[in-house]
Design a protein. Structure first.
Length: 303
């Protein structure tokens, strides 16, 4: 008879996944309510089980997985998600008592405009629940399928075919500028828009493409003088200048409330877009995920 294959303690799998996601033995111990020596011992057993590979290395004050560690996480996280999904439908989810951690992905502009309302909503009902806000990556559909993400919020039409989803609100683009703009007052004309200097926020969303296509139909184009990767510092870039920026209306209104910025409608028709919350169909029966979607909808949906 051939020898029985070696067995791996499921608790070690959960320890590994938690360390991988926390990038710290100390934070992982806190999440699992275990002592740090216990996790260190578990990690040593895992390293022995996988041929002495270190699984993680320390860099810039955090644990970074080795190539073996990356491969293990892909398998382990999917396995844990499958196991947990068999238990959750039979378990009650009591939000006020839960210590669960939810991972939600959104774009930079989404994180800027949604995070505050979402945290207020969740923390008022589940003060011990943890929320990780992550940037939407190229493998976002796989991240949902493998259980690395619990939800995705944004304008992500590519996810419609592979996820369950619910609409949150419809959004439109507007133009923001300094309240001290030298020539534009309370109305923005097409001639002013085309003649002005623009900052473009380079993102994976279609906002820039939509406005440029609408202008191209009239054989017009913007004068883009700067490209930036984030929305965060736009008010500082616009302050006391003649520059214009195209942004979603919710972001624009946040800038206006901060002061020094005004928002005006675009002088050319640009299609609205829909912001939705997406989740994997595997979580349809999960009480915890149902609760999460309810909180996202309550916090971000149209009043």
């Amino acid at each position: 008879m051939s020898p029985a294959p070696p067995r791996l303690d499921l608790n070690l799998v959960r320890v590994f996944v938690t360390i991988y996601e926390a990038r710290s033995v100390t934070r992982a111990a806190e999440r699992l309510a275990l002592t740090q020596p216990t996790l260190s011992h578990a990690l040593a057993r895992l390293r022995e089980a996988y041929g002495g590979d270190s699984l993680f290395r320390r860099a810039a004050g955090r644990l970074v997985p080795t190539s073996v560690g990356e491969q293990l996480y892909q398998r382990f996280s999917q396995a844990l998600a499958s196991i947990d999904s068999t238990l959750e439908p039979r378990q009650r989810f009591i939000a006020a008592q839960s210590t669960r951690r939810f991972r939600i992905a959104m774009s930079d502009v989404g994180a800027l405009s949604f995070t505050s309302a979402l945290l207020r909503q969740i923390q008022s009902r589940a003060p011990r629940v943890e929320i990780d806000i992550e940037k939407i990556g190229e493998q976002v559909a796989d991240d949902l399928a493998l259980g690395r993400l619990d939800a995705v919020v944004g304008n992500q039409p590519a996810l419609l075919a592979s996820t369950s989803s619910a609409p949150l609100f419809r959004e439109r683009y507007v133009c923001v500028m300094s309240v001290h703009h030298p020539t534009i007052r309370q109305k923005l004309t097409l001639a002013q828009f085309v003649a002005s200097r623009h900052i473009m926020v380079v993102t994976p969303t279609r906002g820039n493409q939509l406005i440029d296509e609408a202008l191209a139909e009239r054989k017009l184009a913007r004068k883009v003088v700067a490209r930036v990767p984030h929305f965060m510092n736009l008010p500082q870039l616009l302050d006391h200048t003649d520059l214009l920026v195209l942004v979603p209306n919710r972001v624009a209104q946040m800038y206006v409330r901060l002061g020094g910025i005004k928002a005006l409608p675009l002088p050319i028709a640009v299609p609205e877009f829909e912001v939705r919350v997406h989740w994997h169909v595997r979580n349809e029966s999960s009480k915890a995920h149902q609760w999460l979607v309810e909180q996202i909808t309550a916090a971000l949906g149209q009043a």
